[in-house]
Design a protein around this ligand. Sequence first.
Ligand code: DQA
Length: 144
Amino acid sequence: MRILVLNGPNLNLLGLREPEIYGRETYTDLIDRIHRTASELGVEVTCRQSNHEGMLIDWIQESYGVYDGIVLNPAAYTHTSIALLDALKAVNIPTVEVHISDTGKRESYRQISYVRQACVKTVMGLGLDGYEVALRYLVSILKD
Ligand code: DQA
């Protein structure tokens, strides 16, 4: 089973970026955690991060026929990008939306998520643990 983990803009700055919201662990720490969970689950995982919407869209398109599931934190593009939603709908690969913070309890402009319509689940407010929860959920539904 192959899983793609995609992170959007500014998530490369984890640890440095607003640590009171996103914590002190770095992006490298996150990737280590994801690889540990993936090897425990016996799945192959690829992790990618980009600050560019088009890059994220290209990676979603290229995942067709290659990956069985996607874990996606689109970061700020969550609240703006119909293009990401359309890409997810086009490839129709089971996708779990992840947010480190609980966007539901934050600013009004973070209340909309376009990608959510194309996702099988949303995990938010669990910090970096949310990626692990998402991965476990994805693997469980893909195995069924
Ligand atoms: C985020 C929440 C978004 O609103 C924000 O723009 C991010 C990170 C999160 O993981 O909590 O960059 O997706």
